[in-house]
Design a protein around this ligand. Structure first.
Ligand SMILES: [Zn+2]
Ligand SMILES: [Zn+2]
Length: 347
């Protein structure tokens, strides 16, 4: 066991504060990672504030982890001391169900994945996330960060990157396809970069035109305000894919009308409340409404390699750990361009 410094929420809705946690001894298939940077994902806030239901406290959030391997277990062959690595939303799964065997560990049907924090591992111990100095993770749930990617801008790719890459790939974003990204936040800005790099024609649908210059710079071909009703008239029947990154409820009928026949609206922002959708808004054109959760370990590695090849990192605001609570409030009010990343040397 190793005692490491961390930032934790002691109770639901309580401010995060500096504390210490225990990390398990490095097992034969584990790696010890010196965490360098940890992104702040909106889902950290949903969980720390119990927006998604009862959570476990104290909670050390953080599932956008980038760091350097400092020790490896005796059976680890894929990593060595000094390797640049990342850890995302999960640190284990059953490894034997069809989905795990297919590399879709995020959809593990053998009890579900073990989430990086706010969960209990197979050893019965609580998991604690990336707002900490170090983490011990089974090597099968660690990915390599290519040399071309700086660790600070790579950290958010471990959740925001894969959460947008996986559905864009699954629904075949690419040349000749029109993709709308709803919301230009932490997820949305990566959705724009990745969809553009995949060769799709990209439109941002945002409440206002406030971030239009950013959106076009990040790779969007068009940028429309959803507060303007003419947007919905002009873009009717346009898109093959709508990637919705907004976690507030939307007027689904209005957005579904923007899809072409057989188009899909994929939701990766998860509202805290149930949503209402009229079936009549999509049966007419065989449209579909779907959702997608992060991506498996092989696809997460593929995403990192793709991002390195195309020079895609997240747009970040680097903060010291004592600014986490302030950052949470700013994420909730959409006041970040586009991801806060904690310099864990300041914990
Ligand atoms: Zn996340
Ligand atoms: Zn499984």
């Amino acid at each position: 066991m190793t005692t490491v410094a961390a930032y934790a929420a002691p109770a639901a809705k309580a401010p995060l504060e500096r504390t210490t946690i225990e990390r398990r001894a490095v097992g034969e298939s584990d790696v010890l990672i010196d965490i360098k940077f940890a992104g702040i994902c909106h889902s950290d806030i949903h969980q720390a504030r119990e927006g998604w239901g009862t959570a476990m406290f104290p909670m050390v959030p953080g599932h956008e982890i980038a760091g350097v391997v400092s020790e490896v277990g005796s059976a680890v062959t894929g990593f060595k001391v000094g390797d640049r690595v990342g850890v995302g939303c999960m640190v284990d799964s059953c490894r034997t169900c069809d989905n795990c065997l297919a590399g879709l560990q995020q959809y593990c049907t053998g009890g579900g994945p073990v989430w990086t924090y706010n969960a209990v591992g197979k050893d019965g111990e609580r998991t604690y996330g990336g707002y900490a100095e170090k983490i011990v993770v089974d090597a099968g749930y660690v990915v390599r960060i290519p040399d071309g990617l700086a660790l600070d801008v790579a950290a958010p790719l471990l959740c925001a990157g894969i959460t947008t890459y996986s559905p864009l790939k699954h629904w075949n974003a690419g040349p000749g396809k029109k993709v709308a990204v709803v919301g230009l936040g932490g997820l949305g800005h990566m959705g724009v970069k990745i969809a553009h790099a995949l060769g799709a024609e990209v439109t941002v649908l945002s409440q206002s035109l406030r971030k239009k210059d950013d959106g076009l710079r990040l790779g969007a071909d068009d940028y429309r305000a959803t507060s303007d009703p003419t947007t919905f008239e002009e873009l009717k029947g346009t898109f093959d894919i709508i990637l919705n990154t907004v976690s507030a409820p939307l007027d689904f009928a209005a957005y579904l009308s923007l899809l072409r026949t057989d188009g899909a609206m994929v939701n990766v922002g998860i509202p805290e409340e149930p949503v209402r959708i009229l079936l009549s808004s999509f049966f007419g054109h065989r449209r579909s409404v779907s959702s997608s959760g992060i991506g498996g370990i092989p696809e997460t590695q593929e995403m990192l390699d793709f991002c390195a090849e195309h020079g895609l990192g997240a747009e970040i605001e680097l903060i010291s750990a004592d600014r986490i609570n302030e950052a949470y409030d700013r994420v909730v009010s959409s006041d970040v361009r586009y991801r806060f990343v904690i310099d864990t040397a300041t914990i």
